[in-house]
Write a protein that binds this ligand. Structure first.
Ligand code: BDR
Ligand code: CA
Length: 311
C-alpha cells in the first residue's frame, strides 16, 4: 500500500481520540503531516489540549498539532458535551501535555501545506468541517492538491443523532460541510448509516483492553465511557464508533462498502437543519461523494487491536 500524506482535522472527543490513536499507530501507511483541531464536541482550548494528550499517549511528538477555528462559519456554536463529558475525553485522566501547540493557525497550515505539496494530500475530517472549509474559501486552488476528503458526517437511513434528521458534525457546521461537498474533491463520507454498524460491545472493549498497551487501554476506557451513555441493552450492543471509521478506511478499504451519491446539506434552517440529502439515483455528473453503506464492525475492531497493540 502506498504511504499516504494525511492531515487529520478533528475535535477530540472520545471517538476522535481513538481515530487519532489508530492513525498514529500506522506510520507505515500514513505520513501524518499535522493534526488540526476545531471547536466541536467541546471548546477549542480543550480540543487543542486533548489532541496533544492523545499524541503524548501515542508517543508521536513528531506530529505537529495546530489550533483552528473557535466557532462555526455562520451558525451559533453547539457542542456535544453530553456525549464526551466536560473535558471532552470522558473519564480519561486529563493532564497538561509536555509539548505545546505548533505556532500558527490551522487554516493557514492547511493552505500552506497543500500549496506546497508535490503529491496530493488526504484530509480526514472527524469534527465540524470549519477548518477545511475556510481553507478552501481562502484558496480554492488547493482543491486540486487534495487526493481525498474522508469525513465522518451525515446520516441517511439511520436518522439523526443530534436532531431527528441531523448528525452532529454536519449540524454543528452545515455551511462548512456544504463547502466541502461542492469543492470538486473526491469525498468519502462515513455517516451514521455506517458507523452504527461498528459497535463497541463490552466483549470488543474487553478484548481491546487486553491488548495491554497504553493506547489500547486508553481507547478501551473511552469506549466504556461512551457505552455508559449510548449502549442500549437489547437494542444496541455498544456505543457506535464513529470517527475511527475514517482512518480504518484509509488502512483497509475492504472493511466498507461505499456507493456513489449526490449529497447535499440542508442549510436553510428549520426542522431539517444540517440534514444530509443522499441521492443514489443521481447521474454520474451529479455524484459528489462516496457514501458508506456497510461497515464490517468486527473487522474494524480487529484492525484496532492489531494497530494499537503496536504502539
Ligand atoms: C460525530 O459527532 C461527534 O460527537 C463525534 O466525535 C463524531 O465525530 C458523530 O455524530
Ligand atoms: Ca468528532
Amino acid at each position: 500500500m502506498k504511504r499516504r500524506k494525511l492531515i487529520i482535522d478533528c475535535d477530540p472527543g472520545v471517538d476522535d481520540a481513538t481515530a487519532l490513536l489508530l492513525a498514529f499507530a500506522a506510520p507505515d501507511a500514513l505520513d501524518i503531516l499535522g493534526v488540526t483541531v476545531v471547536a466541536g464536541n467541546t471548546g477549542l482550548v480543550q480540543t487543542a489540549r486533548n489532541a496533544r494528550i492523545v499524541r503524548q499517549i501515542a508517543g508521536r511528538a513528531d506530529v505537529p498539532v495546530f489550533a483552528g477555528c473557535a466557532r462555526p462559519m455562520v451558525r451559533e456554536a453547539v457542542d456535544a458535551g453530553a456525549f464526551h463529558g466536560p473535558s471532552g475525553l470522558g473519564t480519561l485522566a486529563v493532564f497538561e501535555p509536555d509539548a505545546p501547540l505548533a505556532e500558527g493557525h490551522a487554516v493557514d497550515f492547511i493552505v500552506r501545506t497543500l500549496r506546497a505539496a508535490d503529491e496530493a494530500v488526504t484530509l480526514a475530517v472527524t469534527g465540524p468541517a470549519t477548518n477545511l472549509a475556510l481553507a478552501l474559501v481562502m484558496d480554492p486552488a488547493i482543491a486540486a492538491k487534495i487526493d481525498e476528503i474522508v469525513m465522518m458526517g451525515g446520516a441517511r437511513s439511520a436518522g439523526g443523532n443530534i436532531t431527528a434528521s441531523a448528525e452532529f458534525n454536519v449540524f454543528a457546521d452545515p455551511h462548512a460541510a456544504h463547502v466541502l461537498l461542492t469543492a470538486g474533491c473526491r469525498v468519502t463520507m462515513f455517516g451514521l448509516d455506517a458507523t452504527y454498524q461498528v459497535l463497541s460491545s463490552p466483549e470488543r472493549v474487553a478484548a481491546l483492553e487486553a491488548v495491554g498497551t497504553d493506547a489500547a487501554r486508553a481507547s478501551a476506557e473511552l469506549m466504556r465511557f461512551s457505552n455508559g451513555i449510548e449502549a442500549d441493552p437489547g437494542r444496541r450492543a455498544g456505543a457506535p464508533l464513529h470517527d475511527p471509521c475514517t482512518i480504518a478506511w484509509l488502512l483497509d478499504p475492504s472493511l466498507f462498502i461505499v456507493s456513489g451519491a449526490k449529497v447535499a446539506v440542508e442549510t436553510n434552517g428549520g426542522l431539517a437543519f444540517g440534514h444530509t440529502a443522499v441521492e443514489f439515483r443521481a447521474g454520474p455528473r451529479e455524484v459528489n461523494a462516496n457514501w458508506a453503506v456497510r461497515a464490517d464492525g468486527a473487522g474494524v475492531f480487529a484492525l484496532l487491536n492489531e494497530r494499537l497493540g503496536s504502539l
